[in-house]
Design a protein around this ligand. Structure first.
Ligand code: G4P
Ligand code: NA
Ligand code: NA
Length: 194
């Protein structure tokens, strides 16, 4: 997605060979017209998938998911990172390990909002090691829902998450896929749908 890649090149900050900072339009300040375009792109790519719900994870997945949900006309659910103190038996929960932070946390979603009747599109801001997506897949499985695929705003193609998810036969659509952050430069992998 050219608009997004241009924005990454212009306003993204390469912090290291591994980390791209996008605080000015995605992770802290949010650019609504860019998020609208991102939502439109996800909606176009998944328009024939019969999606009934979008599932993401707080906090940075919410903005792009909200825009896609608006355009597809479906509700958006965000997995919470802290277990609610009440109604724990009424939650789907999964463990998500962060290699970056070297910690494992539970995420949870109320059983009220995803059921076996749903066809779910997963959306997240970054795909790095893929652990957040694996946790969300676990929750969809627990619900007995159908998975339409995974929509990612920025994939870091040099990290293992994308391969981990695709090798399960899951459709992953990344709007920008980064090949390398070396020498302070962002280079992209040519867009391909899978
Ligand atoms: P994984 O789910 O792919 O395994 O991700 P990982 O543990 O490596 O990353 C943990 C957090 O860091 C996630 O956000 C993820 O979106 C984010 N992240 C990973 N790589 C980058 C990067 O290069 N740049 C930026 N800006 N973020 C990255 P989170 O902790 O869930 O936070 P948030 O959703 O509340 O923002
Ligand atoms: Na995230
Ligand atoms: Na993040």
């Amino acid at each position: 997605m050219k608009l997004l890649k241009d924005k990454i090149v212009k306003d993204g900050k390469v912090l290291s060979n591994q980390v791209l900072k996008v605080d000015s339009f995605l992770n802290h300040q949010i650019d609504p017209p860019l998020m609208q375009a991102v939502g439109e792109e996800f909606a176009t790519r998944f328009k024939d998938a019969g999606i009934t719900k979008i599932l993401t994870i707080e906090s940075s997945g919410i903005a792009p998911s909200m825009m896609a949900g608006l355009i597809l006309g479906v509700p958006v659910i965000f997995a919470r990172k802290r277990k609610s103190l009440t109604l724990v038996d009424h939650l789907y929960t999964a463990s998500v390990h962060s290699f970056t932070k070297n910690e494992t946390n539970d995420i949870s979603v109320s059983k009220d909002f995803i059921t076996a009747q749903d066809t779910v599109l997963l959306i997240d801001d970054f795909l790095a090691n893929g652990q957040a997506v694996l946790g969300l897949l676990d929750i969809i499985e627990q619900a007995g829902a159908k998975l339409a695929g995974v929509g990612i705003v920025i994939e870091k193609g040099f990290q293992p998450g994308g391969a981990l998810i695709r090798e399960r036969g899951i459709r992953v659509e990344s709007l920008a896929n980064i090949a390398s952050l070396e020498n302070g430069q962002v280079t992209f992998i040519e867009e391909e749908t899978s």
